[in-house]
Design a binder for this molecule. Structure first.
Ligand code: FAD
Length: 272
């Protein structure tokens, strides 16, 4: 099948893109990796496609002592290759490397991935574990959103039809921070069947343990994170198992086991 007819509106600036979204049925396109197939299957039928790829403001890179702000249009490949500086102790380049294959990574953007909000997408869990925040621009101005508040359900976010993710604000991890990421998938580079993501930054008093790819937004395993911060690795593991059993009680045993293993391996990795 081919896409239904639409007008193409390449935007040269963010305000031009926001104005173009005011029209009925307009939608933005970044890398087109997810939107392209949805257009062809006619699951999306925008009247106008607003192309974000020429907007320099979406390629911001700003760093201060506590945060790195990266524009939404940086691609997975640019994160993988270190064109985007890393402040996450190697976690983001490693995760980027495991997304799909190079052709997809060359086009797919971090902003597109978060806006699409596929629960199995790697950035959804990773950036939640890192406590990243989104900068979002709409007709009324700019707002920020923490990721756990941004994801409402599978493929559903708090983004209004006329809003654009402009950047992601990523906390700078301290030198002693530890991270772990484990993605279970049938073949290397495929979408995840289960994800465990762990960040422990004792110097900043921050720890987060996340279970992802659960057909819903990622779960924060708060008890496990507290135990980790207290240096109790065994406690972190048992709290993670208890919390996962409760959170995934409506899923079958295989699904629960897969997710428990992903989280356990991410915890092991963060502990090394
Ligand atoms: C074969 C294949 C395998 C893949 N495997 C993986 C994988 O293993 N792991 C993984 O995480 N991902 C995977 N992906 C997804 C891919 O990595 C992209 O991140 C994802 O498709 C969306 O990014 P995009 O820039 O292409 O967005 P687009 O396809 O252009 O847009 C996706 C959605 O986001 C909206 N959007 C885009 N940018 C913005 C913005 N700045 N503000 C607001 N809304 C916006 C669009 O309107 C659209 O609704 C795979 C994709 C393909 C095609």
């Amino acid at each position: 099948m081919k896409a239904a007819a639409f007008d193409l509106a390449p935007a040269a600036s963010l305000s031009e893109a926001v104005n173009a979204l005011a029209g009925d049925g307009a939608k933005v396109m970044a890398g087109g990796c997810s939107l392209g197939p949805m257009l062809n299957l006619r699951l999306a039928r925008p009247s106008t496609l607003v192309d974000l790829r020429r907007i320099g403001e979406l390629r911001t890179l700003q760093r201060n002592d506590t945060h790195l702000l990266i524009g939404a249009a940086w691609t997975h490949a640019e994160i993988e290759d270190g064109v985007v500086p890393d402040v996450t102790a190697g976690l983001m380049p490693r995760v980027a490397h495991g997304i799909a294959y190079r052709a997809v990574r060359n086009r797919g953007t971090v902003g597109g991935s978060l806006a699409h909000a596929d629960p199995a997408a790697d950035w959804v869990s990773t950036l939640t574990a890192l406590d990243a925040r989104l900068v979002i621009r709409g007709p009324a101005g700019t707002r920020e959103a923490a990721l756990p508040d941004f994801f409402l359900a599978a493929y559903t976010t708090s983004l209004a039809d006329d809003e654009i993710i402009t950047a992601v604000r990523i906390p700078v991890l301290s030198g002693s921070a530890r991270t772990g990421y484990h993605k279970i998938c049938r073949k290397t580079g495929e979408f995840a069947q289960a994800i465990g993501a762990v960040v422990v930054d004792a110097e900043r008093g921050f720890a987060r343990v996340v279970c992802g790819a659960i057909e819903a937004p990622p779960i924060l395993l708060v008890g496990a994170a507290k135990a980790l911060l207290a240096g109790d690795r065994v406690g972190a593991l048992s709290r993670a198992k208890e919390d996962l059993d409760a959170a995934l009680k409506d899923h079958d045993a295989a699904f629960r086991a897969l997710h428990a293993v992903a989280v356990e391996r991410a915890l092991d990795e963060a502990a090394v």
